[in-house]
Design a protein around this ligand. Sequence first.
Ligand SMILES: NC(=O)C1=CN([C@@H]2O[C@H](COP(=O)(O)OP(=O)(O)OC[C@H]3O[C@@H](n4cnc5c(N)ncnc54)[C@H](O)[C@@H]3O)[C@@H](O)[C@H]2O)C=CC1
Ligand SMILES: O=C(O)C1=N[C@H](C(=O)O)C[C@H](O)C1
Length: 259
Amino acid sequence: MTRVLLAGFAGSMGQQVVKLVKEMPSFEITAGLAHHLKSNDPAEYGLPAEAKLYTSLAEIPADAADVWIDFTVPASVYQNVRYALENGYRPIVGTTGLTDEQESELTELAKEKGLGGLIAPNFGMSAVLLMKFAQEAAKYFPDVEIIEMHHEDKKDAPSGTALATAKLIAEVRKPHQTAPEASESLPGARGGDYQGIKLHAVRLPGYVAHEQVLFGGKGEALTIRQDSFDRSSFMSGVKVALEKVQELDSLYVGLENIL
Ligand SMILES: NC(=O)C1=CN([C@@H]2O[C@H](COP(=O)(O)OP(=O)(O)OC[C@H]3O[C@@H](n4cnc5c(N)ncnc54)[C@H](O)[C@@H]3O)[C@@H](O)[C@H]2O)C=CC1
Ligand SMILES: O=C(O)C1=N[C@H](C(=O)O)C[C@H](O)C1
C-alpha cells in the first residue's frame, strides 16, 4: 500500500484527488495538510476516517506517508515541497508558481536525498499535447502570442501552463519580437512578456482552464487551443504520476517527461 499525504485536500483540486485515490486500491490517503480546518473530521472531506489532518508543516511527524501530493497555493508550494523532500516524501506537485531557480533547487535536493517525483504545470493530456504542438509550430511560425483563460478564483497569472508553453517555444525560437514598435496607451494592453512572447490572462466566472496559442504568418494563421471543461480532466495525469512515482529516479518537470 502506498501512503499519500495530500496538501490542499479541501481545495477544488484536492477534492478531485481524494476521489481519484479512493478508486486506486493500492493507494491510501493517510494524512492531509490544510491552511486551516473547518472540521476536524476527515470524513467531512471524503478522507478515510484514520487519516491524520495537519495545519502546519511542523506538526507532521516523520513517515506520515510515502508520497506528497501538493495542490495548494503559489505562496506555499516551495516551502511544502522542500519540507517533503527533506523528510523523505516523493513529491507530486500540481501547484503553480515555482520559479526556475526554485525548481532547480528542489531538483538538486531530490538528487541529494535520492528521491524521485514530478512537478507538472498541467496534468491534463490536452494541455500536454498543446504544449508539444505549439513547440513544433514555433519552429515555422516565430510570431506567437498566448491567451490563457481561467476561473475567477485563480490566484496567479500567467497560468503555469501558459508560462511553460512560452518557455518551450523560446527554446526553439531565435530571439524574436513581434510588433516591436507597438505602444500601449493603456499600460498592460499588450500583455505580459516572456522573451518576446506576449501572454494574456483572462479571468472570468464560468471558465475552468483554457489556453490558445496563436501563430501568425504571411497571409495565414494557426491557432492551437485546449479546454479543460472540468477538473476531472487533470486526474488521468495525477493517476499516471502516482503509479510511476516510486520508480522515478529524479524530480521531473513536466508530465510529458514521465509518460
Ligand atoms: N498542475 C495542474 O494540472 C493543475 C494545477 N492547479 C494548481 O493547483 C493549485 C490549487 O488549485 P485549486 O485546487 O484550484 O485551488 P483552491 O484554492 O481550490 O485550493 C487550494 C487549497 O490549498 C489550501 N492551502 C492554502 N495554503 C495552504 C498551505 N500552506 N498548506 C496546505 N494547504 C494550503 C487552501 O486552503 C485550499 O483548500 C493552484 O496553484 C493551481 O494553479 C490547478 C489545476 C490543475
Ligand atoms: O488554477 C488552475 O485552475 C489551473 N492551474 C494550472 C496552471 O496555472 O496552468 C493548470 C490549469 O491551467 C488549471
